[in-house]
Design a protein around this ligand. Structure first.
Ligand code: SAM
Length: 234
């Protein structure tokens, strides 16, 4: 269970109405029951149900069961598409171990708005479901051009471009094994010529093909993260 409280031995965690409903109504937990907790920064803790009610309750932290497992320093940058597909990208990025998820507006981006809080909640759920102890942060929507204006010199970029053939990742992986990385996936309409030129010209950019077919952006995000994990993940 994800909670927004510091975790440590003896720490009392008050439950919200929704958490109490989930634990006592859905999961059939009772007084004295054991619940695994994480908050994204203190690892996983085993807690005991010390108060149980319809509208609330309290958990008391006992022992740490997992230390915080930080994912590699990987950003997933993507242009938001339809709501359900954007949700899917955030969920899969969190499952696959992105450290940060950055929605960007590009020249051909379909959707100009996102609900950052909703997307963050999806990231929490995904971390919860795959037993992670870390929750990736979902950034607010920003312009791709502005992100590139302030690009950190050491961060390498896996630029997924369907107009390319080869795959520069294997080679780049040898030279930049310990560097922070980012994966960039374009919108349904792809990148504009201006954007492609700029991305190709970046010193940190490694252009990668995901195969001969044009993948939908949500499929491309999962495929790209899989390739990256294989070449550079733990
Ligand atoms: N520009 C394309 C068009 O309208 O024909 C489609 C873009 S594709 C649906 C969305 C994004 O997924 C692309 O910008 C790219 O980042 C990524 N992508 C899809 N297929 C790919 C492939 N075979 N290789 C590399 N990237 C791919």
């Amino acid at each position: 269970l994800y909670v927004e409280h510091p975790l440590g031995a003896g720490q009392s965690i008050p439950l919200t109405k929704e958490q109490a409903h989930y634990l006592f109504g859905v999961m059939r937990q009772r007084l004295g029951g054991a619940v695994a907790l994480f908050n994204g920064s203190d690892g996983e803790w085993q807690a005991e149900v010390t108060e149980a009610g319809k509208r609330g309750g309290t958990l008391t932290c006992r022992v740490q069961s997992k230390p915080l497992q930080m994912p590699p320093d990987l950003w997933l940058i993507f242009a938001p598409i339809k709501k359900a597909r954007t949700d899917f990208i955030v969920e899969k990025a969190a499952e696959m171990g992105a450290a940060r998820i950055l929605p960007v507006g590009t020249e051909y981006t379909n959707s100009e708005r996102i609900r950052q809080d909703r997307l963050q909640a999806h990231a929490v759920e995904a971390a919860e479901q795959c037993g992670g102890t870390y929750v990736p942060q979902v950034a607010d929507l920003q312009k791709l051009s502005q992100l590139l204006d302030h690009w950190p010199a050491e961060r390498q970029l896996m630029f997924c471009d369907e107009a390319e053939v080869g795959n520069a990742l294997q080679l780049a992986a040898q030279d930049h094994k310990d560097a922070p990385w980012a994966i960039l996936i374009g919108p349904e309409g792809g990148f504009s010529e201006k954007e492609r030129k700029r991305l190709h010209a970046m010193a940190q950019s490694h252009v990668v093909s995901l195969g001969p077919r044009i993948l939908r952006a949500d499929t491309a995000a999962v495929a790209a993260m899989t390739l990256w994990q294989q070449a550079l993940g733990d």
